[in-house]
Design a protein around this ligand. Structure first.
Ligand SMILES: NC(=O)C1=CN([C@@H]2O[C@H](COP(=O)(O)OP(=O)(O)OC[C@H]3O[C@@H](n4cnc5c(N)ncnc54)[C@H](OP(=O)(O)O)[C@@H]3O)[C@@H](O)[C@H]2O)C=CC1
Ligand SMILES: CC(=O)N[C@@H](CCC(=O)OP(=O)(O)O)C(=O)O
Length: 346
């Protein structure tokens, strides 16, 4: 079941679920499009879902009376997601349904309501559930006993995959300088001045330098992943493309490191990670967009290092990362339904 199913992340979840070998779509939940065909909102998905219509939250809650197990994805906006998830958790409990939730919004990305409220300046919608949620990208959490997961955001995913192997090493820096460039789908389907085509096309600009709300999230997740207390200086940029995130991380290390040693360190760290590839040169978003892969490249000169990562914001940064976690929560192979590569030329 997918909450926020008419959104960009919701649409990607529906696309991934169409080819998943185990999960069967029970309901695509929408308030605005309930009763309308999925194919009317996502014409690209018509071959996969020619007849299925969006369901109201109320009808979707009622469906829990007829199932034994439920994988619940939330792609609702932060602030709305937690309360919706709480309704489904309560309904699952009362019907004896085995449930795992993966939330792509910010609502379960922090361990405490106070940490969430400090960043989002609004009361958490279901603080009683926070203890049941794991936080992190799957590559940085070896095992979890938690029932549910709050997935990091797309900028955070790209930044963390680049940062954690460095910060969790014996040569960890005390500060990171991170530039991130995101495509316009990162801001969701509602048109905004910053996503309007004439503004975005053939343009590139930074926004909220050193003040973006995802900087504390990146720092918190680095600490959770064993990277300690590192200062994160984050400058996001709007890029002239629809999908993809490119992150460039720079740091000064306590000692010099060779580029070969640094690259080998990353290869060793991600040796068992199916979706992270350490490239010899520099990563490119065209090599990962639409896929669940992350490409990472490194450079070093004396004490100064650069780590670059590229992901698809909607897949590895949201729907695909959520699917990877959901596979793991149900003890399925983590790669189920996610191994398609990028087309590269689109
Ligand atoms: N876009 C991206 O690259 C990424 C997004 N995320 C997170 O994933 C979530 C979804 O993002 P995205 O798909 O881009 O967002 P969209 O705005 O495209 O979609 C969100 C969907 O949620 C539903 N919704 C809107 N308002 C409410 C509300 N008040 N209560 C319940 N449902 C509501 C809407 O569907 P309807 O009105 O039909 O119910 C809407 O289509 C967000 O929390 C975002 O932060 C995370 C990583 C990357
Ligand atoms: C909506 C939202 O936060 N989506 C993404 C990130 C894109 C982003 O950080 O975009 P803005 O700078 O426009 O917020 C997320 O949840 O991580």
């Amino acid at each position: 079941m997918v909450l926020g199913a008419t959104g960009y992340v919701g649409g990607e979840l529906l696309r991934l679920l169409a080819v998943h070998p185990e999960f069967k779509l029970l309901a695509a939940v929408s308030t605005s499009q309930a009763g309308q065909p999925i194919a009317a909102t996502f014409s690209a998905l018509a071959p996969a879902w020619p007849n299925l219509t969006f369901s109201t939250p109320e009808d979707s809650l009622a469906m829990l009376a007829d199932v034994d197990r439920l994988a619940l994805f939330s792609a609702a906006p932060h602030g709305a997601s937690a309360a919706m998830v709480a309704q489904f958790v309560a309904a699952a409990h009362s019907h004896g349904v085995e449930l795992h939730v993966v939330d792509s919004s910010a609502d379960f990305r922090y361990r405490t309501a106070a940490d969430y409220e400090a960043v989002y300046a609004s009361t958490h919608g279901a603080s009683e559930l926070l203890a049941d949620f794991e936080q992190g990208v799957p590559e940085h959490v070896a095992a979890t006993s938690k029932q549910h997961v709050g997935h990091p955001g797309c900028f955070a995913t790209a930044a963390l995959l680049a940062a954690v192997p460095l910060c969790a090493s014996s040569f960890a820096p005390s500060s990171l300088f991170i530039n991130g460039i995101t495509g316009s789908t990162g801001s969701g389907r509602s048109p905004l001045p910053g996503t309007h085509h004439p503004e975005r096309h053939s343009n590139l600009y930074a926004y909220k330098p050193l003040a973006h709300r995802h900087a504390p999230e990146i720092a918190a997740y680095i600490a959770t992943a064993g990277g300690g207390d590192v200062r994160v200086n984050f400058v996001p940029h709007s890029g002239p493309f629809a999908r993809g995130i490119h992150v460039t991380l720079q740091a000064e290390l306590p000692n010099a490191v060779s580029v070969d040693d640094l690259r080998q360190h990353y290869r060793d760290y991600y040796a068992n990670a199916s979706f992270v590839r350490i490239v010899d040169g520099t990563p490119r978003i065209k090599d990962v967009v639409t896929s669940n892969y992350c490409h990472i490249g490194v450079a070093a000169e004396g004490n100064n290092v650069v780590v670059m990562s590229a992901i698809d914001n909607l897949v590895k940064g949201a729907a695909g990362g959520a699917m990877q976690w959901m596979n793991r929560l149900w003890s399925l192979p983590e790669t189920h339904g996610l191994l398609a590569t990028a087309p590269a030329w689109t």
